[in-house]
Design a protein around this ligand. Structure first.
Ligand code: SF4
Ligand code: SF4
Ligand code: SF4
Length: 446
């Protein structure tokens, strides 16, 4: 009787990741810390189960029994469930933090995603459209280029060329514009000339990088070409404007520029990348910020560490230093903070691909904040701010909290307010709500 052939492979896995699969002791430390396991109440979403299953699939296809009696194929429904579980992950890295044998789980999840994409089994749902959308719009929100600039208030001065650039990222320039405007007004107030790529700024590429659609073995594929082109254009345009230092308010863009861009374009990038929380902490230390005499707020704030500042980068103290320096702010910590902070649930393509998981996770993180007695949960990333704001909204809608009990705000906005700067856009109109944005997205997709 003819033997079956293996129906899975591990082409996209580095030798290190294959060895790490074997190193898992099944201790289960990673299960309780995983935010998406919490949000789904499905133990299969937790790291241990995913590692266990992939190890079994490899054994069934390539182990001793497979060699003697032929591989036992992985059934399509097993692969489908595995794919769903693998993508129900924000790549927050909490499992990596607690793993006693130091498995680099984030690298493993991204490699396994790459492997599924290579086999035609991934990515997940809407994420498959990311490359087409980025090719056409250069942002994942499907907005036209002019949307990156047509909101900029007239009072803000932006130079054509400068040594410092402010990189808004897609979320701040297209969805959380008050954050971008606040950062720009802070720079103006400090008399620091800066430039902004505006219509020429493109997505940092993280949406493809984090969903396994990048770093495929073999020839450059379509997704890799799109990320490389966007990165090359961003870098070249920054250099053309004489930029030496780039400030980011989005933690995800900052991390991607810092850790991925050189590999993406295959050359050294002579630019310094700085997160706005680091920049603000420095100017406060130098005594360059003056707090407004009209700022007389008295509030308790709890800080949510964005995964992208936490994981590998460990930027914990600079944002906290900024809050602690602002008069009237009492900073309190959530039980899970710093390297053990609980992710808000939006990253890794989850908000776009599985919004209900992002929503449940955000609610849980807001409950963490409520336990501290804080009036405000604040983060140093507009994407966290967006998701935490949605979490508060759903807690209010379900009647769990009263309106006004908890607010979500970005570090940059609080700083600008305490400096006495305006934090609205032109006029006093409110920003587009998440629902309005989603409606526009749905219309654009039709
Ligand atoms: S990276 Fe975060 S969401 Fe993903 S499995 Fe680990 S703990 Fe869970
Ligand atoms: S914590 Fe590490 S060793 Fe323990 S089950 Fe999770 S991945 Fe395996
Ligand atoms: S939005 Fe912030 S907390 Fe949420 S997944 Fe991204 S970095 Fe993590």
């Amino acid at each position: 009787m003819a033997k079956n052939k293996p129906n899975i492979n591990f082409k996209a896995l580095e030798a290190k990741s294959i060895m790490e699969l074997d190193a898992c002791t099944r201790c289960g430390e990673c299960e309780d810390i995983c935010p998406t396991r919490d949000a789904t109440d499905d133990i299969d979403v937790a790291p241990r189960s995913k590692i266990d299953r992939w190890r079994q699939y490899i054994n069934r296809n390539y182990g001793l029994k497979a060699k003697l009696f032929g591989p036992k194929p992985v059934e399509p429904e097993e692969i489908e469930k595995f794919r769903d579980d693998l993508y129900t992950c924000t790549t927050c890295g909490s499992c990596k933090e607690v793993c006693p044998v130091n498995i680099d789980t984030v690298e493993l999840w991204e490699s396994l995603r790459q492997n599924l994409v290579l086999a035609g089994e991934g990515p997940y749902g809407k994420q498959a459209k990311f490359s087409e959308i980025l090719e056409k719009y250069q942002n994942p929100y499907m907005e036209e280029k002019e949307e990156r600039v047509n909101w900029i208030p007239e009072d803000i001065a932006i130079e054509e060329e400068a040594e410092i650039a402010y990189f808004t990222g897609c979320t701040a320039s297209l969805r959380m514009r008050t954050v971008a405007a606040a950062a720009m007004r802070i720079l103006n107030d400090l008399e620091i000339p800066f430039t902004y790529l505006g219509e020429d700024e493109e997505c940092c590429g993280s949406v493809l990088l984090r969903t396994g659609q990048y770093r495929q073995p073999g020839e450059e594929n379509e997704q890799e070409r799109i990320v490389r082109k966007m990165t090359e254009r961003n870098v070249q345009r920054l250099k053309d404007r004489g930029v030496k230092k780039v400030l980011f308010s989005c933690a995800g863009c900052f991390r991607t520029a810092l850790l991925d861009w050189e590999e993406v374009i295959g050359e050294e990038i002579d630019l310094q990348f700085v997160h706005i929380s680091q920049f603000l902490a420095d100017v406060i230390r130098e005594g360059d910020i003056e707090w407004s005499e009209d700022w007389d707020e008295d509030m308790t704030v709890t800080y949510h560490d964005p995964c992208h500042l936490r994981l590998d980068l460990e930027i914990f103290e600079d944002p906290r230093y900024v809050y602690e320096s602002i008069p009237g702010i009492n900073l309190v910590e959530m039980e899970r903070s710093h390297n053990l902070s609980r992710c808000c649930g939006a990253g890794g393509g989850v908000k776009a691909g599985i919004p209900e998981v992002a929503g449940n996770s955000a609610e849980t993180r807001c409950r963490d904040a409520l336990e501290t007695g804080a009036d405000m949960v604040s983060s140093a990333c507009p994407f966290c701010r967006l998701n935490l704001g949605d979490g508060i909204k759903s807690l209010m809608e379900s009647g769990e909290i009263e309106e006004g009990r908890l607010e979500a705000e970005d570090l940059v906005i609080i700083t600008a307010k305490a400096m006495g700067l305006k934090t609205t856009l032109n006029g006093d109109e409110p920003e587009e709500t998440e629902e309005e944005a989603e409606e526009k997205e749905a219309e654009a997709e039709e």
